[in-house]
Ligand binder design. Structure first.
Ligand code: NOJ
Length: 518
């Protein structure tokens, strides 16, 4: 059973930037293996690795050329099997990134489908009937291949969408139903890929753009049907493996589609954004967690609470410190504020994810030219900063060969500079992970209840079983009435006072108290 997920703390690895074991300037699988003890030491017991499949890297590997082959720059299949074995020896689970919605236009399926000659892959992608047929409401690549038709793309123009059919058919001459045998043949091809990796022993997949499969499926009804079918395969044949969706709709992803967990992503105006990333065009930061904070906790709760209550019996919502698609936290807040966010995330229900380098508060670089389709995301994908040696310990290669430049700017942190400093972001996060793992109530053995929240006000107070957390990122001390009988401080950042009938939580502070069990 997937019990292990309940107690998981994930570490996300962007493989090209983690650790280069063969001095070619790019991180690789052997490099990840070398650093497994580091990850375990931090307290993480599961890893999500961004795509490692063969790819032309027009979108950093989210454009898969061959789902069955490791990209040579990362190593070989033996290297991968070695990594998996070594991870499992240390009780670390490995999730690969599954890209089900699109391939690279260099994928053999597409290479054949675009020729105009009949092949077995003619219906694997979505082509219009002829090249003059180009309804503007669809993202089509027009007139670029021999086949007489335009094809739908999912993301960049090099990522043709796979054909899982349409739920509502608006152009019957070229759109197939999501129930058609052609659409389900794509599902079968996807299942073959999944089986290949699951048979090797991986522990599941993070699923890229999981909601993108069926087109014209606004309510995601047909898309959910496909995932439920895949989930039954998993339950039957790989009961220990998990599926985690990039979807950001727990109701749809977890309850309807059967994902074990769903990412809480940063979307403009959503709850995650309101908590951590609400920076306005003029630079004003309106996040709940911000220096000089004046955010609105209700903007988070209004979304999170219904999603949590609706999905909690079926799966988990995943908070992440960051990921490879958004600016790292120091772009928005001070290191101190980052610690408060870590305390919050490690005491919330669900399955948390730590993006590589966030444990040392690596910065977001705004001075880089786009790399492999990264564009504004490139600044969050720079090499891991291990130590003060050459290239900050990331690689022995010459500097000009590095995948991306390392951050040598003043004050830039390294693992070496933080790991033995009890006051560092690293040590703080490590302590928090340990605290979470030592207390099943802080993972998923207990529920989540709001004790105190007011729109546009601080603090925010919530209960997790016998624990209560007080969060006050604002500039002012805050006092709330609270029955403190039997309450003892368990962990804090900043300052507090526990009095009879009230708790004062100092400015920019976090407090976790525990009630003695009767
Ligand atoms: C989401 C991934 O996280 C992102 O990096 C990628 O570019 C798109 N999906 C397209 O696959």
């Amino acid at each position: 059973m997937t019990e292990w997920l309940k107690n998981a703390v994930f570490y996300e690895i962007y493989p090209q930037s983690f650790y280069d074991s063969n001095s070619d300037g790019i991180g690789d699988l052997r490099g990840i293996t070398v650093k497994l003890d580091y990850i375990r030491e931090l307290g993480c017991n599961a890893i999500w690795i961004n795509p490692i499949y063969d790819s032309p890297f027009m979108d950093a590997g989210y454009d898969v050329r061959d789902y069955y082959k490791i990209a040579p720059r990362y190593g070989t299949m033996e290297d991968f099997e070695h990594l998996l074995g070594e991870a499992h020896k240390r009780d670390i689970k490995i999730l690969l990134d599954l890209v089900p919605g699109h391939t690279s236009d260099t994928n053999e399926w597409f290479q054949k489908a675009k020729t105009g000659f009949p092949t077995e892959y003619d219906d694997r992608y979505i082509f219009t009937k002829c090249v003059w047929d180009a309804p503007p409401e669809y993202r089509l690549m027009c007139g670029v291949c021999e086949r007489d038709g335009n094809y739908l793309v999912n993301y960049f123009s090099s990522q043709p969408a796979l054909n899982y059919g349409f739920y509502e058919i608006t152009h019957p001459e070229w759109q197939m139903s999501s129930d058609s045998p052609e659409a389900w043949a794509t599902v079968d091809a996807l299942k073959d890929i999944m089986r290949f990796w699951l048979d090797k022993g991986i522990d599941g997949f993070r699923v890229d753009m999981a909601d993108s499969l069926v087109k014209n499926d606004d309510e995601k009804i047909a898309t959910a049907k496909i995932w439920r079918d895949i989930r039954s395969m998993m339950d039957r044949d790989y009961p220990d493996a998990v599926l985690i969706s990039e979807w950001c709709s727990p109701q749809r992803a977890i309850v309807n589609a059967g994902f074990h967990a769903d990412f809480y992503l940063d979307h403009q105006g959503n709850g995650y954004n309101a908590l951590f990333r609400k920076k306005m065009g003029d630079g004003e930061n309106l996040s709940f967690f911000a220096d000089g904070a004046h955010g609105d906790i209700d903007a988070f709760l209004a979304e999170y609470l219904p999603a949590y209550y609706y999905s909690k019996d079926y799966g988990y919502i995943s908070f992440m410190t960051n990921n490879h698609d958004m600016p790292r936290a120091p772009f928005y807040m001070s290191e101190w504020m980052i610690r408060l966010t870590h305390a919050f995330m490690m005491t919330m229900p669900g399955v948390p994810f730590i993006y590589y380098g966030d444990e040392i508060a690596m910065r977001y670089r705004t001075d880089l030219v786009s790399k492999e389709g990264g564009f504004s995301r490139t600044g969050s994908r720079t090499p891991m900063q291990w130590n003060s040696e050459k290239n900050m310990g990331f690689s022995d290669a010459d500097e000009d060969m590095l995948y991306l430049p390392v951050d040598h700017s003043e004050g830039s942190s390294t693992v070496e500079s933080q790991i033995n400093d009890p006051a560092s972001v690293y040590s703080n996060l490590k302590n928090l992970i340990a605290l979470r793992k030592a207390n099943p109530e802080l993972m998923n053995e207990s529920g989540f209840e709001v004790v105190y929240s007011k729109a546009n006000e601080y603090p925010f107070v919530y209960r997790r079983g016998s624990f209560t957390a007080f969060v006050n990122p604002s500039d002012d001390d805050k006092t709330v009435e609270y029955d403190t009988a039997g309450a003892k401080e368990y962990y804090f950042l900043g300052g507090y006072e526990i009095n009879e009938g009230s708790v004062t939580i100092r400015s920019r502070s976090f407090l976790l108290i525990r009630h003695e069990q009767s």
